[in-house]
Design a protein around this ligand. Structure first.
Ligand SMILES: C[S@@+](CC[C@H](N)C(=O)[O-])C[C@H]1O[C@@H](n2cnc3c(N)ncnc32)[C@H](O)[C@@H]1O
Length: 527
């Protein structure tokens, strides 16, 4: 996985110095309405991930106190005889975490999609599954910080270390600095892993580095490896909160330059998102989800949070009457439906796959006697929309080359392809994979799609321009270009239940303020 962002997951992540979604819920054809699971890039919470450190700062991936049980079961402590014929029992959790990291590096695997498969295939469950997930996700999130620490403890810079060895050492550093696994156990388990998976020679390197790392806490290391905040605030935040530098800059710009708020946002990116559900109106109710163990949400009238368990096991989710969907994703769709119109029968979701927002829009449209058309450029994503909707017509179509008449729609949702910088919580490796060089191409596409959306809506009709990114180039800059052709409505007025959406006229959700993805909404009325 290479990237100009300095963020090769297998190689060195240059943090302080250089520059730096979507789980498909799937109904198969012929199973309309039978889809379960996560969708729309607002997919379900990952297990594992960050917890607050004692300092109040969310470390890159703190957690894994649950690991102690698994640790005790599987790791021979120094000085203890090993079981069997001189070999430790295979440490399933660490091997799975390691294999996941190698797959992310070598095959560009998506961690949150591959991990459940790995665990299932290997029949890893319970505490070992939780430990494997936490170790892999926490290490992937935190490797920007960890690589700086490794650089300080090694005679070789991380980019000169063989990637398989580097990944194993990173796993060890995560255990040492961000979990409650006892240091001797973290070191010896990592050495065993290196011996088994990389070779006996490299285990000496791993041993030497990890023993140095173990000499200090994360806070102490950050004092040493993070540039001072007064001299290089962006570099300081990048190393402290393990984000590529270019993303720190973009997020800092998006929050208006405030360093403390940027830090709070980066901290929130390191925390595990809660699993948000949507009860599709007319098909399920929040009360039904609450009866099944969920808790009502603060903002969306259709949302509830599932504190534990598999969302797919809820009857409403299994029957596609409810689904996993980020609360902001629900609210931007609802805002579009709340703009009053004199004539209101025909709606378009122009970039609908995999169908999170389309599922909600279809349910609201059906209640009102309106009809939704869902379109997506990619056939397989359009098929997923078919599974999340009941009454909508779904087509495969390029939004920039419309398959519909100009002015045919009363409401148009344009949830544009974007960098996804607003959903970094969901994919542990995503921050290292995004490439700032993709931004000009993406913003050009976003502009073409917005032009097309404004042509697709009738005079007096309304377009929602949405991104799951707060990057100013993808949000304000795109919308400012069409201000001479469209009336910009104050989006916040259609979300009266949500505080803190910014100065308007746009609405910007934030993980650190709302507990949602950083979703952007502009509402535009065609004159
Ligand atoms: C951010 S995702 C949409 C998420 C979706 N609205 C949801 O809530 O589940 C963007 C989608 O745009 C689609 N897309 C990209 N270029 C497109 C184009 N030119 N026309 C139509 N769809 C496009 C992608 O395939 C992707 O499914």
């Amino acid at each position: 996985m290479a990237g100009s962002n300095g963020g090769r997951v297998g190689g060195r992540v240059k943090q302080g110095r250089g520059q730096g979604g979507e789980a498909g819920g799937g109904a198969r054809r012929g199973q309309r309405g039978g889809q379960a699971g996560s969708q729309g890039g607002q997919g379900g919470g990952q297990s594992g991930g960050g917890q607050r450190g004692g300092s109040g700062r969310a470390r890159p991936g703190r957690g894994a106190q649950q690991g102690r049980g698994a640790q005790a079961e599987h790791t021979a402590k120094p000085g203890q005889p090993r079981q069997g014929r001189g070999r430790p029992p295979r440490d399933e959790a660490r091997n799975a975490a390691y294999d996941l990291m190698r797959a992310v590096d070598e095959r560009d695997a998506y961690a949150n999609l591959l991990m459940p498969t790995l665990l299932r295939q290997r029949r890893i469950g319970g505490r070992d599954a939780a430990l494997a997930t936490e170790l892999a996700y926490g290490t992937l999130r935190g490797l920007g910080t960890y690589d700086e620490v490794i650089a300080a403890c090694s005679d070789r810079p991380p980019e000169k270390v063989d990637p398989p060895l580097l990944d194993a050492v990173r796993l060890g550093v995560h255990q040492l600095l961000s979990t409650r696994i006892p240091p001797h156990a973290a070191v010896s388990a990592t050495i065993d892993l290196v011996r088994l998976r990389v070779g006996p020679g490299p285990s000496k390197y791993a041993n030497a580095v990890l023993r140095k790392v173990a000499g200090r806490t994360l806070e102490q290391w950050l004092e040493i490896v993070a540039p001072p905040r007064e001299e290089d605030p962006t570099g300081n935040l990048a190393v402290t909160y393990s984000h590529p530098r270019w993303i720190v800059t973009a997020l800092r710009d998006a929050v208006g330059g405030d360093l403390d708020e940027t830090a709070a946002l980066l901290e929130a990116d390191n925390e595990r998102p809660r699993v948000a559900l949507v009860a599709r109106p007319g098909r399920a109710t929040v009360a039904e989800l609450v009866d099944a163990g969920a808790e009502p949400a603060a903002y969306s009238p259709y949302a509830a949070y599932l504190p534990e368990g598999d969302p797919g096991s809820l009857a409403a989710v299994g029957e596609a009457r409810a689904a996993v969907q980020d609360e902001a994703s629900q609210l931007v769709a609802l805002a579009l439906t709340r703009v009053p119109l004199d004539h209101d029968t025909t709606w378009l979701d122009m970039c609908a796959g995999p169908g999170g927002k389309a599922g909600l829009l279809d349910a609201v449209a059906t209640e009102r006697g309106a009809r939704l058309l869902g379109a997506d450029l990619q056939y397989h994503r359009a098929r997923l929309v078919w599974g999340t909707t009941r009454e909508a017509k779904v087509i495969t179509a390029d939004g920039t080359r419309p398959a519909w008449r100009p002015g045919a729609f009363d409401r148009v949702m344009l949830d544009a392809p974007c960098t996804g910088l607003g959903a970094l919580r969901r994919r542990p490796e995503a921050r290292w994979r995004r490439d700032p060089r993709s931004i000009p191409e993406l913003t050009a596409l976003q502009r073409r799609l917005l032009d097309s959306a404004l042509e697709a809506v009738r005079p007096g009709g309304v377009v929602a321009y949405v991104t799951c990114s707060p990057h100013l180039a993808e949000t304000r800059a795109v919308v400012e270009d069409v201000r001479d052709r469209a009336e910009v409505l104050d989006a916040r007025a259609f979300l009266p239940e949500v505080p803190g959406l910014g100065d308007g006229p746009y609405a910007q959700f934030w993980p650190h303020r709302h507990g949602t993805d950083a979703m952007f909404l502009a509402l535009l009325r065609r004159p």
